[in-house]
Design a protein around this ligand. Structure first.
Ligand SMILES: [Zn+2]
Length: 270
């Protein structure tokens, strides 16, 4: 609870948003979660970290003034992404839920499906080419998964957001195989702000993909001293070589990169 005190929250949902699109990379430790608030106050949550961080995600959503979620996306069934989504869906009115077509037999996944069903929602398929009906001024399009894969990471929903001249690519845990498919698909991938794939694992952010996205800012969603050794030095070096400014949840807490359509405004919790 005290964690979010002193952090610069602004009025948002329902009140307009100073003409800004806000993308907030929530610090959920070793996991991923991104909260988006559109210029007109529409809301979207992509992933919600692990089960053991769900109370914190719910508290953060309240702290950011969220009282409903227009769109919820579970990028893929891994626990560090969908773990907290059951609780979020239980606690907030939700407009639409998107997940890729890949099953899992974990308790975490089954609990999420139960919460979705209890809410009377049906899962919409996350896949390349899906355009999200979110905010008139903002384009939100899925660019992956392009192909069906047995690998959950490579089934990750990847979302590209564009507002004015600004752009974001939110990559889930997509790995090289999916990055290649995205490149081959010919879809627009360039984005000034990129979520570094798979927490900075060397499975992702392949040189060709990074070159094509060509970000100015990158965010790595990782927990302190995680057992995977994320982010990998080779990925940090690759980003540095391309002169990308890197932000990390383990070092900076919640990270917000907002845009008024031309300029970016970065706020970090610490
Ligand atoms: Zn992950």
């Amino acid at each position: 609870m005290a964690r979010t005190e002193g952090f610069a929250f602004r009025d948002n949902a329902g009140w307009g948003n100073e003409g800004r699109l806000r993308v907030i990379f929530l610090d959920v430790g070793q996991g991923a979660s991104q909260l988006l608030i559109s210029p007109s106050g529409k809301t979207m949550l992509i992933d919600a970290g692990n089960n053991d961080r769900e109370q914190q995600v719910v508290d953060d959503l309240h702290a950011y003034g969220i009282d409903h979620l227009d769109i919820v996306i579970g990028t893929h069934p891994d626990a560090d992404h969908i773990g907290g989504l059951d609780r979020v869906i239980d606690d907030f009115p939700v407009g639409a839920v998107y997940m890729p077509k890949i099953q899992s037999n974990t308790k975490t996944y089954e609990s999420l499906l139960r919460s979705i069903k209890n809410k009377g929602l049906k899962v919409k398929t996350a896949q390349a080419g899906v355009r999200l009906d979110w905010d008139e001024e903002v384009s939100a399009e899925m660019v992956a998964p392009v192909m069906v894969s047995d690998d959950t990471n490579n089934m990750s929903a990847v979302v590209r957001i564009a507002y004015g001249d600004s752009s974001y690519l939110l990559t889930g845990d997509a790995e090289r195989e999916s990055e290649q498919a995205m490149l081959s698909s010919g879809r627009e991938l360039q984005a000034d702000v990129m979520l570094v794939g798979h927490h900075g694992s060397k499975s992702s952010t392949s040189p060709a993909f990074l070159k094509q996205v060509n970000p100015k800012y990158a965010v790595i969603q990782v927990g302190k001293d995680n057992k995977y050794g994320h982010p990998k030095q080779v990925i940090l070096d690759r980003l540095a070589k391309q002169q990308v400014k890197v932000y990390r949840n383990d070092l900076q807490g919640n990270i917000e990169i907002a845009s008024d359509g031309s300029k970016y405004y970065v706020t970090t919790e610490r």
